[in-house]
Design a protein around this ligand. Structure first.
Ligand SMILES: Nc1ncnc2c1ncn2[C@@H]1O[C@H](COP(=O)(O)OP(=O)(O)OP(=O)(O)O)[C@@H](O)[C@H]1O
Ligand SMILES: [Mg+2]
Length: 341
């Protein structure tokens, strides 16, 4: 959380694109491309939590899935640096890809469908160790017991099945499973969205504690701006497959520079008040990612759009007063936007 500049970059993503073909008819002819991720560049420092936010369909999950190569990117590079060894995730094949993946794990949204109902908790937690052929059966079992206790469950529960646990407990099991092979990067895709609000904080605190203990780096994907504020060192905002703003958490929440970020912040419910009366309702819906608007892709819904926004795409530029903060808006210098108070 402190001195981010002294830390090396664990992940460096450059101009990443992932387009999915749109197919039609019985011959499944390709009639277009969904630009799910359309040229994003960012880094994640070792040991930090980068929050990734944006409305449904903005491309968050696709970014996560490209990083661990569940999807093969259409273009761009993803480099991961582990103790001086650089893995080119975009180009790695077979053994090199397996080596790279050894350092990356995922935690998913749904703790019901992400755990195999026919496996015991012990086997679920040990599975990544088995896949990567790490340790003897006895060592794996010992590791699973240790992790079960770390996530706040009892090691006597090793032989039980997922249905015998609550949603919050299942997500703890998902966390234990992700940590069994001692990954360096954990991609959390909406890890608490399916949980009751009262349980969310417990799982978030657990993640934060384990992050310190195991020196984890987290990419934390969520559409919940309050959850992201709580857990992230920096926050990255995506809209229609592009990054519109990225900055240290306190800066982006106090003084957003992109109108889309301002709208997202205005929608955070306030304690005692519920949904804020100052909430900015963006006109229209998210455009079709197969036919993104020209210029700034946000201009069709932006309250501040001018002629240039309709024709010229804004670059993601560093703010003059803060080299860690970036925004892609033609008008950021003239606008004073409202943060989250
Ligand atoms: N396998 C796929 N094939 C075709 N289109 C896809 C595929 N996966 C995602 N998309 C499309 O890519 C875009 C981005 O989807 P993605 O799931 O990455 O968004 P997201 O930000 O994670 O949304 P959510 O908040 O709903 O999880 C969407 O328009 C989606 O329909
Ligand atoms: Mg998603």
């Amino acid at each position: 959380m402190n001195q981010p500049h002294s830390r090396p970059r664990l992940l460096q993503v450059r101009d990443l694109k992932k387009h999915f073909p749109v197919q039609k008819g019985t011959l499944r002819r390709v009639v277009g491309q969904v630009r799910a991720v359309d040229g994003v560049s960012f880094y994640i420092l070792e040991g930090e939590t980068l929050g990734l936010v944006g409305e449904s369909g903005s491309g968050k999950t696709t970014v996560g899935r490209c990083i661990n190569r569940l999807y093969r990117p259409t273009a761009g590079t993803i480099e991961m640096c582990i103790d001086g060894t650089v893995y080119d995730i975009t180009r790695a094949e077979k053994e090199e890809l397996k080596q790279a993946r050894r350092h990356i794990q995922m935690i998913f949204q749904d703790p019901y469908s992400s755990l195999n109902p026919r496996m015991t908790i012990g086997d679920i937690i040990q599975e990544p160790l088995v896949i990567h052929r790490i340790g003897t059966p006895e060592e794996r079992r010992h590791r699973a017991e240790e992790l079960l206790e770390k996530v706040g469950l009892d090691k006597d529960q090793m032989n039980r099945f997922p249905h015998q646990f609550s949603g919050g407990q299942r997500q703890r099991i998902g966390v234990a499973r992700a940590l069994s092979i001692a990954p360096r990067l954990v991609i959390c895709d909406e890890p608490v969205s399916a949980l009751d609000v009262s349980i969310q904080a417990q799982v978030l605190n657990l993640l934060a504690d384990l992050q310190d203990e195991f020196r984890l780096t987290l990419l934390f994907i969520s559409h919940d701006m309050s959850v992201v504020e709580y857990i992230s060192d920096r926050v990255m905002v995506m809209y229609l497959g592009k990054i519109v703003e990225v900055a240290p958490t306190d800066i982006i929440y106090q003084r957003p520079r992109h109108p889309y970020t301002e709208a997202l912040l205005s929608a955070i419910p306030k304690p005692g008040v519920g949904t804020s009366k100052d909430r900015i309702i963006l006109p229209g819906g998210i455009p079709d990612p197969a036919h993104p608007p020209p210029g700034c892709t946000f201009h069709t819904r932006c309250l501040y759009a001018q002629e240039i926004c309709r024709t010229k795409e804004p670059a993601l530029v560093a703010l003059p007063d803060n080299p860690d903060a970036f925004v892609a808006c033609h008008r950021y210098g003239e606008l004073t936007l409202r943060g989250f108070e």
